[in-house]
Design a protein around this ligand. Structure first.
Ligand code: ZN
Length: 114
């Protein structure tokens, strides 16, 4: 994929990541309010409760998407972006426009979901 296009997808991915982690940060903040203003220690029971709550609130889906975005950004760095990890064919651009963090072409994704 041309560097210019990759750069555009990288920008989209970063924007999306910012939105999703923004939700994440908001939930952290709301949860901490419930626990008072003490910043809980990571090993603290309260902190563990907060993390569990965050995962529930933003949902596993968002959390997975953040992971997928990170992976996609890594592939941009490695130059492997836009290539299906399964069949190693180029993922069509319209698909990347819809799902910039996808790592599968439509065919492989459908097979995986069956
Ligand atoms: Zn494929």
């Amino acid at each position: 994929m041309e560097a210019e296009k990759t750069a555009r997808f990288a920008k989209t991915l970063l924007e999306l990541r910012k939105q999703l982690t923004g939700d994440y940060a908001r939930v952290v903040e709301e949860s901490s309010e419930e626990f008072g203003h003490d910043v809980p220690d990571v090993n603290d029971e309260a902190a563990r409760t907060i993390s569990r709550r965050i995962l529930l609130e933003i949902g596993d889906k968002n959390y997975n998407v953040i992971n997928e975005i990170d992976n996609a950004l890594e592939r941009i760095d490695d130059g492997g972006y836009g290539v299906c990890v399964e069949c190693e064919e180029d993922i069509p651009e319209p698909r990347l426009e819809l799902l910039p963090y996808t790592e599968h072409c439509v065919e492989c994704k459908e097979q995986l979901e069956e």
